[in-house]
Design a protein around this ligand. Sequence first.
Ligand SMILES: [Zn+2]
Length: 259
Amino acid sequence: MSPSTHSRSDLGIVLRTRPLREADLLVTLLTKDHGRLVGVAAHARKSRRRFGGGLSLGTVGEIDFVERPQSDLVRLEQIAVVHPPPDVRTPLVRFALFGLVLNLVEQMSVSHQQGQDKFALVRTVVAATEALLPQSLFLYFMVHWLALTGFAPTMTECARCGIFCGAAPLVCFASHEGGVICQTCAPQVRGALPVPSTARALWHDLLEAGAPDDVRPLSPEENAFFHTALWQYLQHVLDRPLAAAPYWPVLWESSRGIA
Ligand SMILES: [Zn+2]
């Protein structure tokens, strides 16, 4: 190894793999100490010797990699599986929401930036994916992920005037304003959605305490609110449409009743 390269180890979660050249794979991972990492797994398409099952989406593994000077791409040497990926083949909605989680993590993570709390959250989601109601787990993930990435919507003060909205029943939510809107400001805001006070309380409770299995099933009003608000807000934060957009209504509705 040349003196200008550095061997490293870290825990990582596989977010995406793409073919590269004839035999290699380009692998995107979220790591504990190096943030988002994109690495080349040489010969991974032809030989499974070094990577085994370690390149399946959602795998948690101990990765050995080599950083290269003046390159964002690392060379992946080995992945030892610590936790296999969840079995998400059925039902389809679990597979689709899990894919959406990995996709959001990939798009909203920063390269080479330590993020143990983000890593821990995604690892929790990976571990709970087979057991929990997909809708509950997705909501849990979103509440915490938005907070950890600095994009949490404001749910207690009006995003426009800053007044405390408390448990006021007639509060609206506007993605493009960044959160809830008080009664006074609401008439000046286009496209604001009514938000049930219980939905705001649930958001707050999840952020404060919650383990993923603490998420209770949503009432019809909360379900309708999150269906629209969560998606609009995500698109606002990302500033581009998500690939899953056409399926979102079906995805959200069918993620409700599947344990
Ligand atoms: Zn206001």
